[in-house]
Design a binder for this molecule. Structure first.
Ligand code: AN7
Length: 345
């Protein structure tokens, strides 16, 4: 299967003759969720972005940003990250033969993401500060040195990520509602751009964690806190674009608590067989908490509204949060009676 730049070349600022850096990202599954559909009385689909090469949606943006960097002759890329951007940048830089440095908040990124950034060969810098501080510093650094910044302030990230909207519409036609977690707000910006370019206008609902909800509060949060470390962000770079996306699409940005995020995070694998990371579960938590709007039901004209939840990252990224929220394993002696007791309960 081709990567997404090749797949949507006519709608992207690239030519096939460009040095495209791809690990065959995109074309991710859009999976019906029958139990979730029942709970909210709608036809709900899950966009499994964790099926991308490094396990998150960031790969869509990174094929764009790193291909553009390669075209400009860049030798190095840098980003600030809560984890997934770092893993993706490291992989695409390795693929392109570039060096990569990533700044992550010390002790606040999931184990799998840290392992990825290291094994793909990035220089991993643990900053004594949060994501917002890290982003400010790498923006300044990229201004002073010939290093390409691959955070979502880079427009090629948005271009790559908008293709997820195309895939949804190409696969199931127009949808009524989309639910998405919001951190730095690049992804909701990208989806809205994609829908507009396709002449589509689903209601876009973004969800932030209660302890890191600047777009809900209307002001930056200096010390964001949430179990969903990927969206532990207090001052989103794409603030205005995110607000424009929800205003124009008649959706909203709302908050979900950590408890609600964790409920959705454990419910989804046990009931739909789909394991996403905590930040991604915010989209499902929001749908469960706020339901489908009357406006969306009206536009569905008597049919069940079509709803897509974006599951931005793979559950395997964050094994620690998984272990903290499940039962323990059952120890067992290698004897039939013990095994029977263990298996049959
Ligand atoms: C799984 O990796 O910001 O609103 O530095 O990893 O576009 O920021 C990650 C964000 C949602 C929020 N879900 O997307 C980073 C980073 C997952 C994420 C988001 C992120 P944006």
């Amino acid at each position: 299967m081709a990567g997404l730049i090749e797949r949507y070349i006519d709608r992207l600022p690239f030519e096939l003759s460009d040095p495209i850096v791809s690990i065959e990202e995109g074309s991710t599954p859009l999976v019906p969720a029958p139990r979730l559909s029942e709970r909210v009385n709608a036809d709900v689909y899950l966009k499994i972005e964790g099926a991308n090469p490094t396990g998150s949606f960031k790969d869509r943006g990174m094929t764009g940003a790193v291909s553009a960097a390669a075209r400009e002759g860049a030798k190095a890329v840098i980003c600030a990250s809560t984890g997934n951007t770092a893993a993706s940048a490291a992989a695409y830089a390795a693929r392109a033969g570039m060096t990569c440095a990533v700044l992550v908040p010390d002790g606040k990124i999931a184990a799998g993401k840290l392992a990825q950034a290291l094994i793909y060969g990035a220089r991993v810098i643990a900053l004594a500060g949060n994501f917002d501080v890290a982003l400010k510093l790498v923006r300044e650094l990229a201004d002073r040195h010939p290093i390409s910044l691959v955070n979502s302030v880079n427009d090629f990230r948005i271009e790559g990520q908008k293709t997820a909207s195309f895939e949804i519409i190409d696969e199931i036609g127009s949808i009524d509602v989309m639910c998405i977690p919001v951190g730095n707000a690049g992804n909701i910006t990208a989806y809205w751009k994609g829908y507009k370019e396709y002449g589509e206008s689903p209601e876009l609902n973004g969800y932030q964690a209660e302890g890191a909800a600047p777009l809900v509060l209307g002001h930056p949060v200096e010390h964001p806190e949430t179990v969903a470390s990927a969206i532990r962000i207090g001052n989103p770079a794409r603030w205005e674009e995110a607000m424009a996306a929800v205003t124009e699409s008649r959706g909203q940005i709302r908050a979900v608590s950590d408890a609600e995020i964790l409920d959705a995070y454990t419910w989804l694998p046990a009931n739909e067989g789909v394991f996403c990371e905590p930040a991604s579960a915010a989209s499902v938590a929001g749908l469960l908490k706020y339901g489908v709007s009357d406006a969306a039901r009206e536009r569905a004209e008597g049919q069940r509204p079509k709803v897509v939840c974006i599951l931005t990252g793979n559950g395997l990224k964050d094994p620690d949060t998984a272990f903290d929220n499940v039962g323990s394993v059952i120890p067992c002696a290698p004897e039939m009676s013990a095994i029977e007791a263990a298996v049959l309960g």
